[in-house]
Design a protein. Structure first.
Length: 547
């Protein structure tokens, strides 16, 4: 029987618990057991190891494996490395901010819920639909990417693979969230193994251990050089623009890293699992991105024509190009297989995140109430079904004309990551200064991140500059491009229209620092002490990825 989730309602200690078999509300309210009512309606199927692995590798899609080569071609090995290093630091800061808030308020919807409580309901509305649009387009995009990758081996029509991947993804999302957790755990493990193996292969090639026994070292950093003259502009300006482009592109490579709290209401022991997962984000950033882009820059020259060619299959992977140049033949098929799973896994993560964001909006009446309905497995089946319907956008790629429209839709998604991160940072600063205004010690929080608010302010400044300069290339003589300009800036007026439009219609106000409900959340956390973590035994002590 369906369950329904409803708006906020504060229950008393004497109220009787509601069975999930009736119209039970999914609320911010406190239950008689000291926890949120929302948690009762949902099933805590995500365990600590699921959250840990999803945080480590869950959102790694085709970007790192396939598109990273273009970063080397456009920015050079040093430029790409600097881009990933700087944006990795910003991404880590964003994740720390959302992790701290999610530990205190472990409800589904992530930033949509925090913005509601700590800033302004209008901000939750604007950013919520910003994210909903992003997920509606990015899910079919990942399905299309997986279907194109299959063409590395098969000549079957892409529509067949789009249908198969979409149906499997939809069926997976409609059953227990534990199934999603186990699948992501498995695929994340594959991605981690591939990245580690690819980096070891790159190191061996660099040292002359490949079939051709040619030692490379830093040869490609000397010729064609560490930086590239971007857009054909000579001198230091061209090299600077190459690095700046790498910074912008690296931002989107890290997109999705902030979603570790989006299903907090379905996470077991979230006040322990979320902080541990967040801390390991820096391991993921260092090992999976920064080291990988550094190794790619060692084994493939930036002027290799294959780097800037996009076929959508493993043949354009910089790791495959490096293996081919070294005479290793078995690598392309291995990488293609894992990248297929990565694309599908990334789409699967987006389906979970998108449906929970939509539920988070609907709980407070910012989306139709029917999106809060749960099926017998306690998952929001109506919200998931909406995203399943929009998976059909993937079929647009089968027509050349419709494919152009779909490409535009994808371009408009890119900037949503930037606006989402800015919303997270602004919300966190309001939360931080709310604690300070109310005299609440950070030591009383379930988990407080270090170096605050300085790192958040620094990240906010960096992202604001990127927001303003995102389409800089269109203002250079001879490089105007309608698609680049629109995709870089259209989200800004749309976001402002959503924010001020909702604010005008619903007469919402920015929550005063004195009125931000921080202490009530702390009280709920203190009354709902989670069981201590079981100590590691035997070989489990060697496990550094989770637990």
């Amino acid at each position: 029987m369906d369950t329904h989730v409803d708006a906020i309602h504060i229950s008393t200690k004497d109220e009787k618990s509601t069975s999930p078999d009736v119209e039970a509300p999914l609320q911010m309210a406190e239950q008689s057991n000291g926890e949120f009512e929302e948690v009762k309606a949902l099933r805590q199927g995500l365990h600590q190891r699921h959250i840990q692995m999803i945080a480590l590798a869950g959102t790694i899609g085709t970007g790192l494996f396939l598109s990273s080569g273009r970063e080397i071609a456009r920015s050079g090995p040093l430029g790409a490395f600097l881009g990933y290093l700087v944006m990795g630091s910003v991404a880590g800061t964003v994740t720390l901010a959302v992790g701290e808030m999610g530990t205190l308020v472990p409800l589904n919807g992530g930033i949509v819920r925090y913005a509601e409580f700590f800033v302004d309901p209008a901000l939750a509305f604007a950013n919520g639909y910003n994210l909903v649009y992003s997920y509606l387009v990015s899910i079919p995009a990942e399905i299309v990417a997986a279907s194109v990758l299959v063409q590395f081996w098969s000549d079957l029509n892409s529509a067949i693979w789009i249908t198969i991947f979409g149906l499997i993804m939809l069926c997976t999302a409609l059953v227990f969230v534990r199934v999603y957790g186990e699948l992501e755990f498995f695929f994340s493990t594959l991605k981690i193994l591939l990245i580690i193996g690819a980096n070891i292969m790159a190191l061996v090639i660099t040292c002359g251990g490949g079939p051709n026994h040619e030692s490379i070292g830093f040869r490609y950093w000397r010729d064609p050089g560490p930086l590239v003259q971007y857009l054909g502009i000579s001198g230091s300006l061209g090299r600077f623009l190459g690095v700046w482009t790498s910074l912008n592109n690296a931002l989107y490579a890290f997109s999705g890293i902030e979603t570790i709290t989006v299903a907090a209401g379905e996470t077991k022991s979230p006040r322990r699992a979320i902080p541990q997962a967040t801390k390991r984000i820096f391991i993921r950033i260092s090992v999976f991105y920064i080291i990988s882009i550094f190794m790619i820059g060692l084994v493939v020259p930036s002027n290799d024509p294959s780097l800037d060619h996009s076929s959508g299959t493993a043949s354009t992977s910089p790791f495959v190009i490096a293996a081919t140049r070294a005479g290793i033949k078995v690598v392309p098929s291995i990488i293609n297989a894992v990248v297929i799973s990565s694309a599908w896994s990334s789409g699967n993560s987006n389906l979970l995140g998108g449906s929970r964001v939509l539920v988070g909006l609907a709980v407070h009446g910012r989306a139709p109430k029917f999106f809060t309905r749960l099926n017998r497995f306690s998952v929001p089946w109506v919200a998931i079904s909406l995203y399943g319907l929009f998976m059909c956008l993937g079929y647009m790629t089968l027509s050349s004309t419709a494919s152009t429209v779909f490409d535009w839709l994808q371009d408009l998604v890119s900037i949503t990551t930037l606006t989402n991160w800015l919303t997270i940072l602004v919300t966190y600063l309001r939360f931080f200064y709310g604690c300070k205004k109310q005299g609440i010690s950070r030591k009383s929080l379930p988990w407080a991140t270090p170096f605050q608010p300085y790192i958040t302010w620094a990240a906010l400044v960096v992202l604001t500059v990127f927001l303003i300069t995102g389409g800089y290339s269109t203002f250079i003589r001879g490089h105007w491009d309608n698609e680049t300009f629109v995709s870089s800036y259209i989200n800004i007026p749309l976001f402002l229209i959503l924010y001020f439009g909702y604010k005008y219609i619903c007469k919402t106000k920015i929550v005063a620092l004195d009125d931000i409900p921080i202490q009530p959340f702390i009280d709920i956390a203190n009354r709902n002490v989670e069981p201590p973590q079981k100590p590691k035994k035997g070989l489990h002590k060697l496990n550094i990825l989770w637990g």
